[in-house]
Design a protein. Structure first.
Length: 424
């Protein structure tokens, strides 16, 4: 078998065998395949697709390319959660300690942000002292003793994905359901949890622009999870406007703390409670309503926040030292009316340009900067009302660029659902 024959077969819409897919991934990881040949195969897959068996073999070969985390020494149900990424998405920071407060074990390895969406690890690194790198032993001990740990993804977890993702990023081959599903699920399965919860974001600020594509991705990932014997649940959620009000690292940590203390924005609170109750109803064998009631109780009695503090302290972080920039200005509306659209993607890009995210992998993040929305879709604003508070460091932003992210019209918009559907 030669790699050229494999490219030729996919180009002619053939179905690749398990052996052919293993040959590809093994040889790529050993440096035996030039990037241009791998890129040619990736483009053939984007154009001609892969069936479920091929997607499974690809996921399996990717998992086998590196280390697989063994969580079997930890008692209890090990839960992992993944979001396909959105602007202002701080759900993991709130959900992980909330679930741990039920005795579930959360072994979470997260990534850094690249692009317009922030990464959980960057958000946690805005807490002075928080260690995102730990030894395997420290990580496992913390999960056993505290119930939750969020660390940076190990360098040797699915190295095939690192190689493929870097090529996909520069060859316009990211947007393929089998490639996205195998990339996400290989990392989740290699991370060792029993229960995988996936939040697929849909809309303008998200990887999946339409509900139809998001459903397809969800079904593919659930089928992969099932084939590996993992309980997998998927929720499709709205990303047509930023989640919550805060965009930017320390600002999002602050909003997460507010939410854990029962004072968070309505959409963030509602999404976290919905996800947590879907998991807790299954693990505790109770009704969804009872699970929701118990989740609210964990927040209202301070138990969930105490778990967050415990996790942060154990990882060396000091929440009292969390700092937000003091260089603040307000962007005000020149127009009266209803806010009918808030462009999540454009606001994510603005946050990135003022330093909240990276333009290249080497860029340093300014943890204290960002944006806080004073109003969201559906609100009525008068001339000169504040739309956004901007927190700056040494980089500037044009007011007009921010104003262009808001559409203000005379007619009240129809409310959009926060959660489209749950698939399991
Ligand atoms: N996130 C991933 O981890 N992989 C993809 O391919 C897309 C989003």
């Amino acid at each position: 078998m030669t790699f050229l024959e494999i490219i030729e077969k996919k180009k002619k819409q053939g179905t690749l065998t398990k052996e052919e897919i293993q040959f590809w991934i093994e040889n790529m990881c050993h440096g035996n395949l030039p990037d241009y040949q791998v890129s040619a195969l990736l483009m053939a897959i984007v154009l001609n697709g892969m069936n479920m068996d091929e997607t499974f073999y690809l996921t399996e070969a990717m998992i086998q390319s590196g280390e697989v985390v063994d969580l079997s020494s930890i008692e209890g149900i090990k839960v992992d959660k993944h979001s396909t990424g959105g602007v202002g998405d701080k759900v993991t920071l709130i959900l992980a300690p909330l679930l741990a407060s039920f005795g579930l074990k959360i072994a979470k390895m997260s990534g850094r942000g690249l692009g317009h969406t922030g990464g959980t690890i960057d958000k946690l690194e805005s807490i002075p002292g928080y260690r995102v790198e730990m030894t395997k032993e420290e990580f496992l001990n913390q999960i056993k003793e505290v119930g939750v740990s969020i660390i940076s993804q190990s360098g040797n977890l699915v190295p095939a994905d690192k190689k493929l993702y870097a090529l996909r990023d520069v060859t316009a081959t990211v947007d393929s359901i089998p490639l996205i599903a195998s990339s996400i699920m290989s990392k989740k399965i290699a991370s060792g949890a029993d229960f995988i919860f996936l939040d697929v974001k849909v809309g303008n600020g998200a990887l999946m622009p339409t509900l139809e594509q998001a459903e397809k991705l969800a079904h593919t990932m659930i089928e992969l999870g099932n084939r590996f014997g993992k309980k997998t649940v998927c929720i499709l959620t709205n990303m047509n406007e930023p989640l919550g009000r805060a965009i930017g690292n320390a600002l999002e940590v602050k909003e997460s703390i507010d939410t854990l203390q029962g004072m968070g924005p309505e959409d963030v609170t509602s999404l976290v409670i919905q996800i947590a109750s879907l998991i807790v109803k299954d693990t505790e064998k109770i009704s969804k309503e009872e699970a929701e009631r118990q989740c609210f109780k964990k927040i209202n009695t301070g138990v969930a926040y105490a778990k967050f503090e415990e996790m942060v302290n154990r990882q060396g972080g000091d929440l009292k030292k969390l700092e937000i920039s003091h260089r603040i200005f307000s962007v005000r509306t020149p127009k009266e009316g209803y806010i009918t659209k808030v462009d999540a993607l454009a606001l994510g890009e603005i946050a990135r340009k003022i330093g909240a995210g990276r333009l290249t992998k080497e860029d340093k993040i300014h943890y204290q900067v960002g944006l806080v929305l004073s109003h969201k879709v559906g609100d009525y604003v008068k001339v000169n009302d504040e739309l956004v508070k901007v927190y700056l460091d040494d980089l500037d932003v044009r007011v007009n660029d921010i104003l262009e992210c808001f559409t203000i019209e005379s007619e009240e918009p129809k409310p959009e659902p926060l959660i489209y559907e749950t698939i399991s």
